[in-house]
Write a protein that binds this ligand. Structure first.
Ligand code: AMP
Ligand code: ZN
Ligand code: FE
Ligand code: FE
Length: 278
């Protein structure tokens, strides 16, 4: 439902190019159908989905995006917007992260044998639709093959950080992720800040440090943020002159409880939109 002074948009979504279940083209059509005004595709560590979008309806404005996993004790994801998708360093660095991921997947497949799980790389590639393979694809296969009773059990027992089949993926240091995006003409934004699991004072320190590195925005509005979190993140954005963004983290049926689209005060998003749209 739209209200005056609010608008529908989504600046944080995933497609089949990473671990979402909608193709980039289907995502664009769905966004137009839902009457979103702005959409960004922010796949994990890849921009391959962007080139799969060949046409965007006139009513929708599409913004290039990516979500980079950074090195951090818990979770630190840096969203990037409006970069040049052909910039060499951005492409070569993302390619390195993807190559590392392929090796990780092969190792995970080997480790699974000790649990009696018989999974091949070909099956995983099929599950992922030929795109970047992630733990959700393993989890779906585990469930389908009856090794676990459901998708979530696969994470709870085997795939979550600290569980027996988890292997770390290569991550960029936060400063490197931010500089990479800035060098490609992009806008780096800290995603879902609560996932850092920092208390407010610590989060503020982190924001100050990342801003020194070139961070330009905070994902204040996120499908899982509480009103208190939104208030604090907005306070931080105002205090440090950072842009405000809004995203759902839509993944299709990988995260079935998250719907596409966020309904947010128009004027809060304008500074970001004006910078991101060239
Ligand atoms: P990967 O990039 O292979 O490390 O997989 C990361 C993805 O796995 C995330 O984007 C989530 O979709 C999913 N994921 C990670 N941890 C969990 C969890 N505890 N329960 C369910 N899904 C998870
Ligand atoms: Zn994901
Ligand atoms: Fe994320
Ligand atoms: Fe995400």
């Amino acid at each position: 439902m739209r209200q005056e002074n609010k608008m529908l948009l989504d600046l944080h979504t995933h497609s089949t190019a990473s671990d979402g279940t909608y193709s980039p083209e289907k995502l664009v059509l769905e966004a137009a159908k839902k009457q979103l005004k702005y959409l960004s595709l922010t796949d994990h560590d890849t921009i391959d989905g962007l080139s799969q979008i060949t046409s965007v309806p006139d009513e929708l404005i599409f913004i290039n995006g990516v979500e980079i996993s950074a090195e951090f004790p818990k979770t630190l994801h840096i969203l990037g917007y409006g970069f040049d998708p052909n910039q060499a360093e951005l492409n070569s660095t993302l390619k390195e992260l993807q190559d590392f991921r392929l090796n990780r997947n092969k190792k995970m497949i080997g480790n699974m044998k000790t649990f009696g799980f018989d999974i091949t790389l070909e099956e995983l590639e099929k599950e992922a639709g030929g795109e970047l393979i992630g733990r959700p694809h393993f989890a779906h296969l585990f469930a389908r093959k009856g090794y676990v009773s459901c998708y979530q059990e696969a994470f709870d027992k085997y795939l979550d950080k600290g569980k027996p089949l988890y292997l770390n993926k290569k991550r960029l240091p936060p400063q490197k992720a931010i500089e990479l995006l800035r060098n490609a003409g992009g806008i780096p934004v800290i995603a879902h800040p609560y996932q850092t699991r920092l208390v407010n004072d610590e989060l503020e320190e982190l924001i100050v440090e990342l801003t020194d590195f070139g961070l330009m925005g905070i994902e204040v509005f996120y499908s899982q943020h509480t009103p208190e979190q939104i208030r604090f993140y907005k306070y931080l954005a105002d205090k440090y002159g950072l842009l405000i963004t809004a995203g759902s983290d839509f993944h299709g049926s990988t995260k079935p409880d998250i719907e596409l689209g966020m309904n947010v005060e128009d004027e809060l998003l304008q500074p970001f939109l004006q910078k991101a749209i060239k």
